[in-house]
Design a protein around this ligand. Sequence first.
Ligand code: HEC
Length: 108
Amino acid sequence: MLLRRIKILLIAITTCLFVACAPSERALKIAKLSGDAAEGKVYYENKCSRCHGTDGKGGQGVNLIEHRDGHDDAELIDMILEGSGTMPSFNHLEDQEIADIISHIRAL
Ligand code: HEC
């Protein structure tokens, strides 16, 4: 009985690690593109700065300068694709646009 429970728990944890919690295929693909920070600045200022501030220090959205260091590109991209809470999903953007935005965020 106990062994069975442990098994179920292990399956749940593994599923979470490899499916739900891991960055999506698309995020991993975008993370491999090389972004153009200058292009990204334009997109960022149009789509993100009203919540995250032109300087990235936040406002309605989180402080990206503090946040970016604890997360790799694929994790940040996943968040941008999926959104969370009041953060809207940006999965309609082109892969290259998102890669450019990431380069800009890293350069802030
Ligand atoms: C309407 C306001 C709003 C806009 C527009 C917005 N964000 Fe956000 N963003 C948020 C909020 C609020 C959070 C915190 C969400 C949470 O923690 O649930 C967030 C979180 C994030 C995070 C980190 C999430 C985490 O905790 O892992 C990243 C990265 C991010 N935003 C990037 C962007 C980028 C890039 C854009 C533009 C393409 C953008 N955001 C546009 C409000 C916004």
